[in-house]
Design a binder for this molecule. Structure first.
Ligand SMILES: Cc1cc2nc3c(=O)[nH]c(=O)nc-3n(C[C@H](O)[C@H](O)[C@H](O)COP(=O)(O)O)c2cc1C
Length: 381
C-alpha cells in the first residue's frame, strides 16, 4: 500500500495531507470562519457523548449496514459535498466518486465541484446524491436539477446555510483565490510541494464545471465572480424551498439546519431528511457544534431521517452520532485529506479506517448492529 502504510487514523491522514499541501490550500480546507469556535467545538464536543457499554452481549457478528430512502449501504458513513476537490488532487471528485463506489457509500458531489455531475456520474457507479444551493436564477437551478436526474442521482441535498459566504480569515490572509495564484509571497511554499504543483498545472484548469454553459462568463475568474454576485442568494426563503419540492420528486434532504424549529419547518414543507450541519464551522461562527445540534433536533422527534456532518474523526464519533439519532453521518475534510495524500486510494483508506473503527467500537460496546443504537447507549449532558 506504500504511502498509506503509516496512516492508521484520520488524524494521521490530516497530518500527511498537511505535509503535501501548501499552506494556502491546507488552510482553505482545514480552516473555519472567524474565531473558529464552532470549528473546534465540532470535534471537541463529541468527547461529551459518553458511551454506555452493555457487556456479555455476544458480538461475534456485527453489522454496520444502514438503510436510507430504501437503499441499503454497508456502513453509516458518506462523503459530504465539498467543492473544488481539484485543489488538492488532479483527479478531484472523480477519484472520490471511484472510492465511494468501491466502498458502496453515498457521495454527495457539490454543485461547486471541479468536475461536472455528468463527469462524476460516468466514473462512479455507487449511489449518489447531488448537493445544490437555491440560487437567484431559478432557471439555473431547474437545469441543474434536471441534469442531476439524468446523471442518475437518487437524492437531492439542498444546502441552506450559505446566504452569503462566511468570513474565513485564513483565506484572506493567504490571499486564497480560485484558481490559486502563485505569487511572490507563496511561490516558495508552492515549490516545496512539487507533487501538488504538478497536479495543479497538469490537470485541467480549476473551475466550477457544473456551471460551464449554465452560468455566464468564460474562465474560472468570470464564473467565480458570477457565482458570488448572481448565484449566492441571501433572499432565499422557505417558499423557494416549497418550489424546489415541487420540482423534485425523489428524496429531498436539507443540509445546514441546527435547530428543531428550522427542522420542523423543513419537514412540514416536505423535506425527507435533515443534515444537521454547520458547514464544518465555515459559515456562522458561534453556532452550536453539529453533535449538540443533533441532540437538540433528535429530541424534537420530528419523524424525518436525520444525518450529521461536522467534526466526525473516528468510528467512535460515528457510533456516538448514530446513538443520538443520526441514521448516517458524513465526513467532509477527511475525504479531502485522503484525496490529497493518495487520490482514490487515499479516500478508500480513510473509509476503511472508519469502518474498522466502527466495527471495533460496536464490539466493545456490546452492540451487534449499528441500527440498534439509540439513546440508551450514551449519556450526554
Ligand atoms: C473545502 C470544503 C468545501 C466545501 N464545499 C461545500 C459545498 O460546496 N457545499 C456544501 O454544502 N458544503 C460544503 N462544505 C461543507 C461540507 O459539506 C461539510 O458540511 C463539512 O465539511 C463537514 O465538516 P467536516 O469537514 O468536519 O467533516 C465544504 C467543506 C470543505 C472543507
Amino acid at each position: 500500500m506504500g504511502r498509506m502504510d503509516r496512516i492508521h487514523s484520520l488524524d494521521d491522514l490530516q497530518r500527511a495531507a498537511g505535509r503535501r499541501l501548501p499552506k494556502m490550500v491546507r488552510e482553505f480546507v482545514d480552516g473555519g470562519a472567524d474565531d473558529e469556535v464552532t470549528l473546534r467545538a465540532n470535534v471537541a464536543d463529541f468527547a461529551d457523548v459518553v458511551l454506555q457499554p452493555k457487556v456479555m452481549s455476544d458480538v461475534t457478528t456485527r453489522s454496520q449496514e444502514v438503510t436510507v430512502f430504501g437503499e441499503t449501504y454497508p456502513t453509516a458513513v458518506g462523503l459530504s459535498p465539498a467543492g473544488l476537490a481539484r485543489l488538492v488532487h488532479r483527479d478531484g471528485e472523480l477519484a472520490a466518486a471511484r472510492a465511494a463506489a468501491g466502498a458502496g457509500v453515498v457521495f454527495a458531489p457539490s454543485i461547486a465541484s471541479s468536475f461536472s455531475i455528468e463527469e462524476i456520474a460516468a466514473v462512479g457507479k455507487g449511489p449518489r446524491w447531488f448537493q445544490l444551493y437555491l440560487w437567484k436564477d431559478r432557471s439555473v437551478v431547474e437545469a441543474l436539477v434536471e441534469r442531476a436526474k439524468q446523471a442518475g442521482c437518487s437524492t437531492l441535498c439542498l444546502t441552506v446555510d450559505v446566504p452569503i459566504v462566511g468570513n474565513r480569515r485564513r483565506d484572506v490572509h493567504n490571499g486564497m483565490s480560485i484558481p490559486p495564484k502563485i505569487r511572490l509571497g507563496n511561490a516558495l511554499d508552492a515549490a516545496r510541494h512539487p507533487s501538488w504543483l504538478y497536479g495543479l498545472v497538469c490537470g485541467q484548469p480549476i473551475t466550477f464545471r457544473n456551471l460551464l454553459g449554465v452560468a455566464d462568463g468564460d474562465g474560472a475568474i468570470a464564473i467565480g465572480t458570477y457565482v458570488n454576485t448572481e448565484l449566492i442568494n441571501p433572499s432565499a426563503i422557505w417558499d423557494d424551498f416549497a418550489w424546489l419540492r415541487e420540482l423534485w420528486d425523489g428524496p429531498l434532504v436539507v443540509k445546514g439546519i441546527l435547530t428543531a424549529e428550522d427542522a420542523r419547518r423543513a419537514i412540514s414543507l416536505g423535506a425527507d431528511g435533515i443534515v444537521v450541519s454547520n458547514h464544518g464551522g465555515r459559515q456562522l461562527d458561534g453556532a452550536p457544534s453539529s453533535i449538540r445540534a443533533l441532540d437538540t433536533v433528535a429530541r424534537a422527534d420530528l419523524g424525518a431521517e436525520l444525518f450529521l456532518d461536522g467534526g466526525v474523526r473516528t468510528g467512535v464519533d460515528v457510533v456516538r452520532a448514530c446513538a443520538l439519532g443520526a441514521r448516517m453521518v458524513f465526513v467532509g475534510r477527511p475525504w479531502f485529506w485522503g484525496l490529497a495524500v493518495a487520490g482514490e486510494q487515499g479516500v478508500a483508506h480513510m473509509l476503511g479506517i472508519l469502518q474498522a473503527e466502527i466495527d471495533r467500537t460496536l464490539a466493545l460496546l456490546g452492540c451487534s448492529s449499528i441500527s440498534e443504537l439509540d439513546r440508551t447507549w450514551v449519556e450526554f449532558g
